[in-house]
Design a protein around this ligand. Structure first.
Ligand code: RNT
Ligand code: ZN
Length: 417
């Protein structure tokens, strides 16, 4: 290891020790954290079933060259990204990423259509998470999928979601690691509805049907994701936050909180402690909304830091699953993955390097001066030296040196596509 890097780490360690923080212990804890890397950043949410253009009120802008066109290309790109991110993680697949030569519609998907992904995950020591894809399909009609008024359309999506759970259970069993399956439905109205209740009733019943089959919790955990609005569902979304949270609580499902899915002044960092008190499992879709649910690449902004602090300060890392969810086609897609993952981990590291007990004590004594002074001074503590050391020990490039790897891969592989 680079001598300067090592010396800077030792100095940083001594500085943190003075305020009562054991840096080695922190790094062991950080190494346990798994980030679920969303495969769809690699190809702009296209998938391989080639059914229809992206729909569901989400959109990707940009035409940076090199998007993955096949499962093999996507896996190679993911491998490249993982080689630049410290730790062992998971990959989050959508149903449209099936790896098969068969012409198969989403309601007919089976575990066998994902075998190459499972074999690869085993080889790479990765976990897999899953999502049914209830959009980009002719049966996503009039803005509705599983809560469509037409029962044959609802049934199609119910069958698809049931199939998705079987695939998820297969992932969990084969990889000996629970698969988190996230159910997100774009269903909603562009304009003010007359009947807000009926679609929600249909969605509730459809979900009951989807989840009617018992699947061991060891293999699969289901999550439901809420949303405030999407493109084309500006006035009303069936799966609102109240709907999804209530459903999750009543049915022992996990609730998925996406950073971009709330009113602009609402933050998910402020929701975590409230929800966690009620024994709910939580799935995070870490994203970055810019003025709206724009799904920008995750940066080290205040909300990311606040989310990380909530997870660490409240010991939530065991019951909160961290996934990323954004799609940017205007920059190198591998860099997009690496930036977001490294930032999520960095934010957690920084949160772990706080004198939490000291801060809580000050707060409990109403010594808000001490609280503010400590919080502000901690901002210039040398966490960067700890992060660099962590990257070096995990055998991934330090600081921005990973960019050279990405540029080389772009030249050798991506630009030839
Ligand atoms: C959409 C949701 C959802 C999707 C992915 C592709 O607003 O955030 O999670 O981004 O399923
Ligand atoms: Zn999401």
């Amino acid at each position: 290891m680079d001598k300067l890097l090592k010396r800077q780490f030792e100095e940083a360690k001594a500085i943190y020790a003075k305020i009562g923080i054991d840096v080695d212990e922190v790094l062991n804890k950080l190494a346990q954290v798994k980030i679920s890397l969303h495969c769809w950043q690699g190809d702009d949410v296209r998938g391989f079933l080639k059914s229809e253009e992206l729909s569901g009120g989400i959109s990707v802008t940009g035409n940076y060259p090199g998007a993955a066109r096949t499962p093999l290309e996507l896996r190679k790109d993911l491998e490249k990204a993982f080689s630049l991110i410290p730790g062992k993680h998971k990959v989050n697949l959508h149903a449209i990423y099936a790896d098969t030569d068969e012409k198969v519609d989403v309601d007919q998907l089976e575990p066998k259509h994902f075998t190459p992904w499972v074999n690869w995950a085993k080889e790479q020591g990765l976990g897999l998470d899953f999502n049914p894809t209830c959009f980009s399909h002719p049966n996503f009609k009039d803005g509705f999928s599983i809560s469509h008024p037409d029962s044959s359309i609802r049934d199609f999506w119910i069958t698809h979601c049931k199939a998705a759970r079987k695939i998820a259970a297969y992932f969990g069993k084969e990889l000996n690691q629970t698969c988190i399956t996230n159910f997100w439905f774009p269903d909603g109205f562009k304009d003010i509805p007359v009947d807000r209740m009926a679609p929600r009733k249909r969605m509730k019943e459809a979900l009951d049907e989807v989840f009617s089959e018992e699947i061991s919790y060891q293999y699969n955990v289901d999550a439901v994701e809420s949303k405030l609005f999407g493109i084309g569902s500006e006035s009303y979304v069936v799966g609102s936050h109240e709907f999804c949270l209530s459903y999750a609580l009543q049915n022992k499902k996990a609730i998925c909180l996406d950073v971009g899915h709330f009113h602009p002044t609402e933050t998910i960092s402020n929701k975590l402690s409230a929800i966690a008190l009620f024994d709910t499992e939580i799935l995070l879709h870490v994203s970055r909304p810019v003025r709206w649910d724009s799904d920008h690449v995750v940066i080290m902004d205040d909300e990311l830091q606040e989310i990380a602090k909530e997870l660490v300060r409240n010991n939530l890392l065991d019951k909160v699953h961290i996934g990323l969810d954004y799609f940017d086609a205007s920059i190198n897609r591998i860099a997009a993955w690496v930036i977001g993952s490294r930032n999520m981990l960095k934010a957690l590291l920084r949160a772990m390097l706080e004198p939490i007990e000291m801060l809580k004590e000050a707060e409990n004594k109403a010594d808000f001066t001490t609280r503010l002074v400590l919080l502000e001074e901690m901002k210039s503590y040398p966490f960067g030296a700890v992060w660099d050391y962590y990257c070096a020990t995990a055998n991934v490039p330090i600081r921005e040196s990973w960019l050279a790897d990405v540029k080389k891969y772009e030249k050798d592989v991506l630009l030839k596509r």
